[in-house]
Ligand binder design. Structure first.
Ligand SMILES: *[C@@H]1O[C@H](CO)[C@@H](O)[C@H](O)[C@H]1NC(C)=O
Ligand SMILES: *[C@@H]1O[C@H](CO)[C@@H](O)[C@H](O)[C@H]1NC(C)=O
Ligand SMILES: *[C@@H]1O[C@H](CO)[C@@H](O)[C@H](O)[C@H]1NC(C)=O
Ligand SMILES: *[C@@H]1O[C@H](CO)[C@@H](O)[C@H](O)[C@H]1NC(C)=O
Length: 366
């Protein structure tokens, strides 16, 4: 054998034996055991057809900015009863992309048990990032419970997501499968997403300056704010949030703003819903309630988290079924001000609207 062919042969052996495989600065993860070493070394990471074992988090945490992660093929997460998350991504200036045809499969059907279920189910995708991080074209399939949670983040964009938990509609087994939950997060944009699930499409808990646009929400509980789970004022404060150019279909609610009565004080201000189309809404077109306690409306509204500024422009809803109500507003005695509504209309409801506070520009019987 010539010296050259020995060199080539050993080079080939080295290349094929190398795990993770390096292509320049590119590193591909195909086995769970590679995650730690690859994250430590690489800035361009490809996760390819990875099977994550049950009870493990696919955990990426970066101190250096500018890391790219690409999901290729099918990433699956093994069954285990635990709280998760199945994936967590933390860092600054991170870009995460789903390659065409890729999917992250939470295998929700193994967990779903309807609304009175007692199993601890893993949350799916947890994001804690800053400084211009972008997550695009991610396809999440069958979340066991809550799908995406963005917390303690700043300047982050989620674009082109497809969250599909529609299989959980079968026998009403899927439950608490929130699409996007946002807490302690400022300056976030979520756009061009489809969410098919059994709970809120978006639920904002805390933060400032958020835009949600071009969303299509199917089968869930609508575009929501749920504020007041804390005893700290700042954690009960939401301001400058806009939902626009979106469609809510076959859902319990179109728009839902609720505050919790048994928390500390807080504030909701400058919330806008613009160009929202609803079809097949079976409970409330718009529901604003300041009487939430332990996960239920009590009928006793309080002023601890006032809503100052709820603007609706060009919001149109088609309701359906015996329980349907266009607008239901239950404010504390001084809980609501500056509701400015224009071009807001509903059709097909079985019951009249009911409001103890009437928005400007919308007639609603007391
Ligand atoms: C690294 O991966 C990215 C994304 O897949 C690709 O665009 C780029 O060409 C790759 N670079 C090399 C040196 O393989
Ligand atoms: C609001 O958030 C968006 C999206 O992240 C960002 O582009 C914009 O600069 C933010 N506005 C302010 C005033 O920080
Ligand atoms: C909300 O937006 C207004 C007007 O754009 C701005 O003056 C205010 O500082 C913002 N507040 C927060 C908390 O982002
Ligand atoms: C509402 O508050 C009143 C007075 O605090 C109390 O008597 C009543 O039981 C409350 N109703 C509900 C439904 O919690």
């Amino acid at each position: 054998m010539s010296l050259l062919s020995v060199i080539i042969a050993s080079l080939l052996v080295t290349l094929t034996a190398a795990k993770p495989s390096f292509t320049g600065d590119n590193c591909t993860i195909t086995e769970f055991s590679q995650v730690e070493s690859v994250s430590a070394k690489c800035t361009n990471i490809i996760v390819s057809n990875l099977q994550v074992p049950g009870g493990e988090t696919l955990d990426f945490k970066f101190k250096k900015p500018g890391v790219h992660i690409t999901f290729e093929g099918k990433t699956t997460f093994g069954y285990q009863l635990w709280k998760g998350p199945l994936i967590r991504i933390q860092g600054v200036g991170i870009t995460v992309t789903g390659a065409p045809g890729s999917v992250l499969d939470g295998q929700g059907a193994l967990y779903w048990e309807g609304k009175n279920g007692k199993k601890t189910k893993p949350k799916f995708f947890k994001i804690k990032v800053k400084e211009g991080s972008v997550f695009k074209d991610i396809h999440l399939l069958n979340c066991p419970v809550h799908c995406v949670s963005v917390s303690m983040s700043d300047h982050v964009t989620l674009s082109g997501w497809n969250i599909d938990v529609s299989a959980g509609d079968k026998d009403e087994l899927g439950h608490n499968t929130d699409g996007f939950d946002i807490s302690e997060t400022n300056n976030i944009l979520i756009e061009n997403a489809i969410v098919q699930n059994q709970d809120d499409c978006v639920a904002v808990n805390q933060g400032f300056n958020m835009t949600f646009r071009n969303l299509e929400c199917i089968g869930g509980h609508g575009l929501s704010l749920s504020v007041g789970m804390s005893h700290e004022v700042i954690k009960n404060t939401v301001a400058n949030v806009t939902f626009r150019d979106s469609i809510v279909k076959n859902s319990r609610n179109g728009i839902h703003v609720k505050t919790h009565t048994n928390s500390g004080e807080g504030l909701i201000r400058d919330i806008t819903y613009k160009n929202i189309e609803m079809t097949g809404i079976w409970r409330y077109g718009v529901n604003v309630e300041q009487d939430y306690k332990n996960g239920k409306s009590t009928g006793n509204a309080t002023n601890n988290i006032p809503i100052r500024g709820l603007t609706l422009t060009n919001v149109n809803g088609q309701l359906t079924g015996p329980e349907s109500v266009p607008v239901y507003i239950l404010c504390g005695s001084e809980g609501c001000e500056n509701f400015e509504w224009s071009e807001v209309s509903f059709r097909g409801a079985s019951n009249p609207s009911s409001c103890n506070y009437e928005p400007r520009g919308f007639h609603c019987p007391k």
